[in-house]
Design a protein around this ligand. Structure first.
Ligand code: 5GP
Ligand code: ZN
Length: 113
């Protein structure tokens, strides 16, 4: 039994809107879309935060971040994209399974933030 919501998403026990998956990583829409296309990239293994992420997993995570960012650009044509990674409660982390937020940014004229 796991009490980690992202481990449950990766195992399929909790449904998610999958964007991309490979041997090491999983990407899915954030349930609470800060902007249209807001996506999370996670390693499949459970690591709490950046400080516990093994060096060998860093490249896997960021290769997927780049792939998914490119796909989001093609799909949503945002004006820009923020990568956000909160580490620790004091930094705003609420799910303690390492993840990177991909937040597409739109011109205000588009009606998105
Ligand atoms: P943090 O605050 O830890 O950087 O980000 C955690 C993110 O996980 C939040 O943006 C939150 O909306 C998202 N989240 C929490 N629970 C779920 C869930 O069950 N499904 C999905 N897709 N996202 C979730
Ligand atoms: Zn986990």
């Amino acid at each position: 039994m796991t009490s980690c919501v992202f481990c449950s998403i990766i195992s399929g026990d909790i449904p998610s809107k999958k964007i991309y998956e490979d041997e090491h990583t999983y990407a899915f829409f954030d349930i609470s879309q800060v902007t249209k296309g807001h996506t999370l990239v996670v390693p499949k293994h459970h690591h709490k935060n950046l400080f516990e992420l093994p060096e060998s997993e860093v490249s896997h995570v960021f290769k997927t971040v780049q792939k998914v960012a490119t796909a989001l650009n093609k799909t949503f044509s945002p004006a820009g994209l923020n990568l956000v990674n909160n580490n620790g409660e004091a930094a705003g982390q609420t799910v303690f399974h390492y993840h990177v937020h991909l937040i597409p940014r739109y011109d205000q004229a588009d009606g998105y933030q």
